[in-house]
Write a protein that binds this ligand. Sequence first.
Ligand code: PEP
Ligand code: MG
Length: 590
Amino acid sequence: MKNEVNRPSVARQRIFEGVPTGPGIAIGTVYRHDSRFNVHVREVRISEHRIKREQSRLAGAALTAIQEIQLLQGEAKKLPEAASEEIGYLLDAYQQMLKGSRLIRGVEKRIATDRINAEAAVLKEINQLEEAFAAMDDSYLSARIDDIREVGNRLVRSLSKGSVAAFASLPRNAVIVSDELSPADTALLDPNQVAGLATMLGGVESHTAIMARSLALPAVVAASDVSYWALNGDTIIVDGGSGRVILNPTAATLKDYRKRRANYLRGRRALDKLRAVPAVTQDGIAISLEANIELPSEIENVLKSGATGVGLLRSEFMFMNRDDLPGEEEQFTALKDVVERMDGRQVTIRTLDVGADKLGDALGIEPGPNPALGLRAIRFSLSHRKILLEQLAAILRAGAYGPVRILLPMVCTVEEVREVRRVLNRLVGRMRRKGVRIADPIPPLGIMIEIPGAALAADALATEADFFAIGTNDLTQYTLAIDRTDETVAYLYNPLHPAVLRLIQFSAEAAAAAGIPVSICGEMAGDERLTPLLIGLGIAELSMAAGSIPHVKKRVRQLNLAAIAGRARRVTTDADPDHLEAFIAEMADA
Ligand code: PEP
Ligand code: MG
C-alpha cells in the first residue's frame, strides 16, 4: 500500500452523483469506515482552533497503533524462537517510535506550523525523514526508513479509520462513508445512531443498498470518489432520492436541503395515514403488501408500515458477525420472536441463502471458480444437511406461535424441491414422535423463482411447490449476465428488460394455472412506478422494504385493474421497449 498526499485544499463544497437507494435525506457528520486498508490521504488546511484537535487525534492514533503492536507481540511469541526474538526487537522499536519519538514530535509540530490535518502531517514528516535517511552513508541506517514508513502507515490507518471497532463512538447524526459496506458491516449499524450512508462502490440491488432501505436509512451507493474526499467530522448531505451526495455544503445548500428534508418528512407523515386502510384497487381487487426483512430490529417499522405480513425473511442475519453457527435453539428463539411480534400475520422464512456475495467467508465456503454459479443457497443447504435440518426444525417450532411459510432460495430443479419435502416430512415425523410442539398443519413449502431456468420451468415447479416468490434481483442478474454488485455494469442492470418481464409473466401464469400463490419480493416490488405493470400482470402479492409500502399502497388504491391488465400484458410481450416506457410514464402521470 502506498499512501498519497494530494494537493492542498480547504474544505469546499463538493458534489458527487451516485445511485440513489433511498429513502429520504440525511444531513449529518462524516464517519469514515474503511473496509479495506486502502488509505488515500488528502491534505486539508485547518484553522487555528482545530490544531489541538488534530494533535489529540494523533495521540489517539499512536495509542491505537501501540495496542495493535502489543497484540502482534503476543502473536510473535508463538513463532519459533529465532524468529520470535528478531520480530520482538522490531516490534519494540516500533513501539518506541510511537512514544514521543522524533517522528511523533515532528508530526505534532507540523500540524501546528503547516496548519494541516494529522494524516497529511504524518506523511509529510515521513517524506522528510526519508530524504534525510537516504542521504546517510550507512546502508543499515538508511534501511531503517522502511520501519519508519511502516509505523507511519499504521498511524495513517488508524487516523483514517476513525476507530478500530466497527462503528464505535459515532458522532451525532453520523453518515457512514466507505468504499463499500458488507451486509455484515451493515448489520452492526444502529439505525438510531446513523443518519445515512454513502459508499463509493455497490449497485442499487447490492445487499448494502437493500439493507439500507430496510433500515430506512437514506443511502447513495456508487458515488465515486466520495470516500476519497470525505474526512471524519466533515458535514455531509446524502439525498437518497436523487443519488446526490454533497460534502461540506455551503450555507445556502444546507438551507435548501433542510427545507427539502422537511418536505419529505411531511410527505411521509401524510403517507403514514394510509397505514390502516386496505390495499384495494378502484375495482375492488385486494393486493397483499408485505415486508422484506433482513434483521429482527426492523419489525417495529414493519408494523408501522401497515404490512400484512413478512413476505421474505432473509435468515442470514442469524449467521452474521460470528465464527460459529447458530444451532436450532438459537434460531428458534430468534424466529419465534419475529413470529410473535408479527402477531398472527404470516411470516415467510427463507432458508439460508449463502454463497457468492453473501456470507461465503463466514461459513468457510470455498468460492469455487465462479461463486455466483456455485454451491450456494439451497444447493449449499442440501449438501450441508445438519444446517438444513436445524433450520427447518427451528422454523417448524417457530410456526407453533403464528403462521409461517418456508421459502427455498435459488431453486433450479423439481428434484431439489422434492428432496427438501422428503427431509421436511421425515423431520416432522420425528419431532411429532418426540412430542415437540411444531406448526400444525405443516407450513407451505415454496420456492424463489430467481434463476431464469426455474422461471422457464415454472409450470413443472408449480406441481411441486406450494407457492412462488419471484426474486427479481437475482432473476435480472442471471438473465442479463450482470453482476448485481458490480457498479461498472450497473447501467445495464434493468429488471424491465423484456427478457426479465417475460420470465415474470410466464412464472405468474404458471402459478395461476396451478392455483398456487405468487409474489414478487425483489426490489422492483417496492418501486411504485412499476405497481400498475406488476399487478396488471396478475401479481397480487408484493413484498418490499417496509418504507415503500405506503407509496405502493397509494398507487394500488388509484388503479383500476380491469382497465390496465390487458395493456400491461401487451407491453410485456411487445418487442418495443418504448411502448413499455410510455405505459409506465402514462401510469405515473395518471
Ligand atoms: C432476489 O434475488 O430478488 C431476492 C429477493 O433475494 P436476495 O435479494 O436476497 O438475493
Ligand atoms: Mg436472490
